[in-house]
Design a protein around this ligand. Structure first.
Ligand SMILES: Cc1cc2nc3c(=O)[nH]c(=O)nc-3n(C[C@H](O)[C@H](O)[C@H](O)COP(=O)(O)OP(=O)(O)OC[C@H]3O[C@@H](n4cnc5c(N)ncnc54)[C@H](O)[C@@H]3O)c2cc1C
Length: 861
């Protein structure tokens, strides 16, 4: 074993081997993988080997599609077969709601280049005759699904990596990790110490223990998982013989089960409600190639549904039940990327679908390590997406919740209950007493809307407008016409101070920094000129002669942004950065009467001239020391008031008392988001994400190329010079009783013209057959084999996607924001666009000026 390496990958499961392969492929050959035992000694060896491309996050879905396409490549390089069976598969819906979900997934697939198709239960039965199709209302066919040999695939990655120069050391456990002052890692193993520049945690079942070696508690937990294998079945053999094909994979939402052909029998796996964590606190190091005791009682309720839906399977004898552990993060997606607070310590763990995701994870991580950027939008699997609140017990509750509803629909207005309430502000009980429906905002209980007195404060979950529609409308109208108050503790807040603070921020941000007492809005870019942040920054008065800047941003991105800030902090100590999290909380008041209200609570003049739009001031509000911004996300006259938690009740009570004469109302986050829609304001993580450039995001007025050099300036200048490819636009949609939720395709009437933004299909997938064994072509098959199925319809073509939207209550319009090719954004849009909502294409019109207060006069008065 060598004693130095550029990177050491810990763990020889499918993920570690994929990371090793991708690093080697990217040109890092001085790398090694260290495995405790043999390759596949964690969860990889007993996986059911299924793969598919669908994922709730379209960006993760794209990486899954990449994984599936990669298998041919690694087979060729390694000479090792993955035993790929590309059968295709169906997802079965048993209720209209689940069918709506499939319609959404199918629509999303249009711009992802996924060749999915909505089919009838009988069509599904033709490909999987063991089902009773009368249990279902519809299905979705995905040709890029199948199964493979987990061990062969892991070895194919490993052999391919070795061929490219990587070293693999087996039967050698990493026992300790320490770091030198210069950043070099000492990877202490049973066979000696390796000095490495980078360490990658691909420890799978032991990823949590490897995290603990460097003082990090990763939010990952292993769950027991069972699948059964039947004895050979004559029906299967007969189907294979008569059609010359294998049976397809089937996913059954209702039963939370998946099933497919395995040899000449059937494999059926369950995500049972009575799920069970494995080794919830410590994973034993001596756990090896062994299986857990099956517990048929636990999966009996799922099997009961399974046998009802697939009666053909019930008759078969069960040959074996496999029970093995594998790991999950809170939301079921992987934990990938550099860990905030550490240097050159990387994660690629909690990969619950290693054979769907392993390739994409390897590619993203290797890009990140070699080129400084994952190259895709990997927020959905970024290890920075969970905060400190994701403790061992929190993780346990959330992972169990996620597992037991693995295939359940998550409605757009559905808040999941496990591990809540976790963090609360001092106003929590008051908000509950006010009949607030609370939501989870990065681990913090936050009021979403207020149910009418006497009614139960509860969402009726739906894809359509629901019981919050009326009350949110009331909150919006009262705020726009009088005044409203809301909690904004869930924003991210930072203070940057020190002699180098202004230079530091000028280097990171695209806008000029504000003068003392003023506020600016500014995006932040990476070196590639992509949007990685969007902030409100105020310059506070100097303290001890030092500059101080207050920064507000997206709550969920706190660790993501801190990682970036820390990476770029000057080494000379001239800049300090402090993240407040919940040690600073806030309230916002907005509406035409908000100034009169605030004036009653402060002892300074806050008239239009004395306290202008975009001013920042430290002042006592209701007797409590506060910071006040004259700006709000409602786009109305209004204020954000920030205080230590100990003062929040005092300030809130003072606002409520003073507000009585103005008809003050409480409003929640959903009303706030509705109001931002009618101002065309974007949100971070929906409209603004690292896949877009600043001009694509229509952030032009915040990009000051002529100021000092800043990170991403060169790329932004290029984007401006060449013209952005896409453009963020706002639409008014002729919706019915459902508004957009995000990720819907945008159609445009473009004639034969190709604006070229829509992804092409994967290029290969399993063909679909009818009961007579004839190949079934998609709805656009008439356009020939090269046609992009599902994204062309006569003169209409899918040209982009919705990022977010909803109902804008004050202007009484259904609105959407999204990206379309820049050339189309300029067009006269009447009759040109349609947005697909739950399978129905609705007319949409680009809306250049915000429908509420287009001149911005109200917020400036
Ligand atoms: C019953 C079952 C069915 C499944 N079915 C599917 C399926 O159909 N499709 C699918 O995609 N996924 C499936 N999975 C999940 C799949 O197995 C995992 O996603 C995958 O194995 C994760 O791989 P990994 O490399 O992250 O982790 P692991 O396979 O756990 O590998 C981690 C490796 O790290 C090594 N290691 C840990 N600590 C150290 C250390 N300190 N020093 C050196 N080495 C160390 C371990 O020995 C191990 O070999 C299934 C899992 C189970 C249990």
């Amino acid at each position: 074993m060598k004693s130095h390496a550029k990177a050491v990958v810990i763990g020889g499961g499918v993920v570690g081997c994929s990371v090793l392969y991708h690093l080697a492929k990217a040109g890092w050959t001085d790398i090694m993988l260290i495995e405790r035992s043999e390759l596949t000694s964690g969860s990889s060896w007993h996986a059911a080997g299924g793969f598919h491309t669908l994922n709730g996050d379209p960006n993760v879905a794209k990486l899954q599609a990449y994984t599936v396409q990669l298998y041919k490549e690694i087979e060729e390089i390694s000479g090792q077969s993955c035993s790929l069976h590309l059968t295709g598969g169906v997802m079965m819906a048993d209720t209209p709601e689940r069918m709506d979900f499939l319609r959404l997934a199918h629509a999303k697939g249009r711009y992802l280049g996924m060749d999915t198709e909505l089919i009838t239960p009988s069509e599904a039965k033709a490909m999987f005759p063991l089902m009773d199709e009368t249990n279902f209302v519809g299905a979705m066919w995905d040709p890029v699904e199948g199964h493979l040999d987990p061990s062969g695939t892991t070895h194919a990655y490993a052999k391919a990596a070795r061929k490219l120069g990587a070293e693999i050391v087996l039967r050698n456990r990493v026992v300790e990790l320490t770091q030198e002052v210069d950043g070099t890692w000492n990877v202490v193993t049973e066979q000696g110490t390796v000095k490495a520049e980078h360490v990658v945690n691909c420890g799978g079942l032991w990823a949590r223990e490897i995290g603990r070696m460097v003082g990090v508690e990763l939010p990952v937990l292993a769950m027991e998982h069972m699948y059964l294998l039947t004895e050979p079945m004559p029906e299967v053999e007969e189907f294979n013989k008569s059609t010359g094909r294998e049976m397809i994979g089937v996913l059954d939402f209702k039963g939370e089960i998946y099933t497919r052909q395995e040899r000449n029998g059937i494999l059926l796996g369950t995500y049972e409600k009575a799920c069970k964590p494995w080794s919830p606190v410590n994973t034993p190091w001596d756990f090896g190639h062994e299986l857990l005791q099956p517990d048929i009682d636990r999966i009996a309720p799922s099997l009961e549904i399974g046998f009802k839906h697939f009666p053909g399977i019930e008759k078969a004898g069960i040959k074996q039940i496999i029970n093995g552990p594998f790991t999950f993060a809170l939301d079921g997606n992987p934990l990938v990327g550099p860990v905030q607070g550490l240097t050159n310590f990387w994660c690629a763990c909690a990969v619950m679908a290693g054979f769907s995701q392993g390739g994409g994870v390897g590619l993203a991580l290797s890009n990140w390590m070699v080129h400084g950027d994952p190259g895709f939008d990997v927020w959905g699997m970024d290890v920075a997406r969970f905060g400190e609140w994701a403790t061992l017990r929190y993780t346990n509750a959330k992972v169990r919740e996620n597992y037991s509803r693995r295939f359940s629909i998550r409605f757009p207005n559905e808040e999941l209950p496990a591990a809540r309430p976790a963090q609360t502000t001092p106003l929590y009980d008051t908000m509950l007493a006010n009949n607030a429906v609370m939501g989870d905002s990065w681990g913090l209980e936050t009021p979403l809307w207020f149910a009418p007195k006497g009614s139960e404060p509860k969402d009726i979950v739906s894809f359509h407008r629901s019981n919050d529609f009326g009350p949110i409308g009331e909150e919006v109208r009262a705020t726009r016409e009088r005044v409203g108050v809301t909690e904004i503790a869930n924003f991210a807040k930072y203070e940057v101070s020190g002699p180098g603070a202004e230079d530091f921020l000028n280097r990171l941000m695209t806008n000029r920094m504000p003068k003392s007492g003023r506020i600016v809005l500014t995006p932040m870019l990476n070196e590639f000129g992509r949007l990685i942040g969007d902030f409100t920054i105020a310059k506070a008065g100097p303290r001890g002669g030092e500059d101080r800047f207050m920064i507000w941003g997206s709550s969920a991105a706190q660790k993501y942004h801190m990682r970036w800030f820390e990476k770029h902090l000057p080494k000379d100590g001239s800049v300090r950065i402090h993240r407040f999290d919940q040690t600073l909380v806030g309230l916002s008041i907005a509406g035409p009467k908000s100034r009169d209200l605030l004036q009653k609570l402060v002892d300074v003049d806050i008239s239009t001239k004395a306290f202008r739009f975009m001013d920042f001031r430290e002042m006592a509000v209701g007797g409590a020391p506060c910071m006040v911004n004259r700006i709000t996300y409602t786009g109305d006259l209004g204020y954000e008031i920030w205080m230590a938690p100990a003062y929040q009740r005092l300030v809130y009570n003072a606002i409520k008392e003073a507000g009585e004469e103005f008809g003050l109302v409480d409003f929640g986050m959903r009303a706030l988001l509705s109001m931002r829609l009618e101002k065309n304001f974007p949100t971070w993580f929906r409209e603004l994400r690292p896949i877009y450039g600043p001009f694509e995001g229509s952030m032009d007025r915040f990009i000051k190329l002529e100021k000092n050099d800043f990170i991403g300036r060169e790329a932004a200048a290029k984007e401006q010079a060449e013209g952005p490819k896409l453009r963020r636009v706002s639409f008014i949609v002729d919706a019915a009783d459902a508004d957009v939720m995000g990720d819907e395709p945008i159609w445009a009437k473009v004639g034969g013209k190709d604006y070229g933004t829509v992804e092409k299909p994967h290029g290969y997938g399993a063909p679909r057959f009818d009961a007579g064994g004839n190949e079934v072509r998609g709805s656009n098959a008439a356009e020939g084999a090269s046609a992009v199925r599902g994204i062309v319809d006569g003169d209409w073509r899918v040209v982009g996607w919705v990022t977010s939207g909803g109902y804008a209550h004050y202007v009484e319009k259904s609105m959407a924001q999204g990206y379309v090719p820049a050339a189309l954004a300029e067009n006269e849009s009447a009759g040109l666009f349609e947005v697909e909502i739950l399978g129905h294409r609705r007319l949409a019109r680009i809306n250049v000026e915000p429908p509420f207060d287009p001149s911005g006069e109200k917020m400036r008065t």
